[in-house]
Design a protein around this ligand. Structure first.
Ligand SMILES: C[S@@+](CC[C@H](N)C(=O)[O-])C[C@H]1O[C@@H](n2cnc3c(N)ncnc32)[C@H](O)[C@@H]1O
Length: 213
């Protein structure tokens, strides 16, 4: 059974557009140099983010949680010619790493990397976004959604990563597990919000795709 699901995983990747050279390099270097390389979106999720972005064809994208820049470059693939992606990262060393690749991809004019705490930065952004990707600290997902919601155009898409949290959202909750509790609350909040349509995609660690009506 394990073998079969591994085969299916391989088959899926063999029948999905490959990563370009820069993305493959970020993937490699992240695995070599970062303590938590698994935070990177990776090949399949990256192609899904790219496809969503190309379908939305956004003028403005917001990303919360840059890490090494992999998902930002995937999302930027769908940007309009004069469009802009704003991505927020609190760790300045990791941000420096990501910036190297934004320059390498010649996208450092279109991608604005803001270093600092997402809550403070989002509050001061004066844009209306077509697409947002929430992928930073899990305990603030609900707050990020509230802050971002008011800055989304109607019809705009918000994608939130890791909403299955390795399946812990269906396990018995351990009281001290703040992140799991926060993700359960977030998923329930989205499910009961009448202002949105949503679908939870069982991709990797769970992607909640939310459309503002
Ligand atoms: C899961 S990683 C992002 C992965 C990236 N989006 C990708 O798919 O390749 C989360 C990132 O969010 C950053 N982060 C965590 N809390 C943050 C906060 N409060 N403000 C800004 N960035 C934060 C972390 O430093 C980390 O680099």
């Amino acid at each position: 059974m394990l073998d079969k699901s591994k085969n299916i995983e391989e088959y899926i990747l063999q029948h999905t557009e490959p990563e370009n050279e820069i993305l493959a390099e970020i993937n490699r270097q992240t695995n070599l140099k970062m303590i938590h390389p698994r935070m990177l979106s990776g090949h399949l999720q990256g192609r899904i983010l790219s496809m969503i972005s190309k379908m939305v064809n956004p003028a403005y994208i917001l990303e919360i949680g840059t890490f090494t820049g992999y998902s930002a470059l995937c999302l930027a693939e769908g940007l309009q010619n004069n469009g802009k992606l704003i991505t927020i990262e609190k760790d300045d060393e990791i941000a420096e790493f990501a910036l190297t690749y934004f320059k390498k991809a010649r996208l450092n004019q279109q991608i604005e990397l803001k270093v600092g705490s997402a809550v403070d930065i989002i509050a001061n952004l004066n844009y209306y976004f077509d697409l947002a990707f929430i992928d930073a600290n899990k305990d603030q997902y609900s707050l990020y959604f509230d802050l971002v919601f008011d800055k989304m155009k109607s019809g705009g898409i918000i994608v939130a990563d890791n909403v299955l949290w390795s399946g812990k959202v269906v396990d018995r909750l351990v009281e001290k597990d703040i992140d799991t509790k926060a993700l359960i609350d977030f998923n329930n909040k989205i499910q009961s919000d009448k202002r949105v349509e949503n679908v939870l995609l069982p991709v990797r660690d769970g992607l909640m795709v939310i459309r503002k009506k």
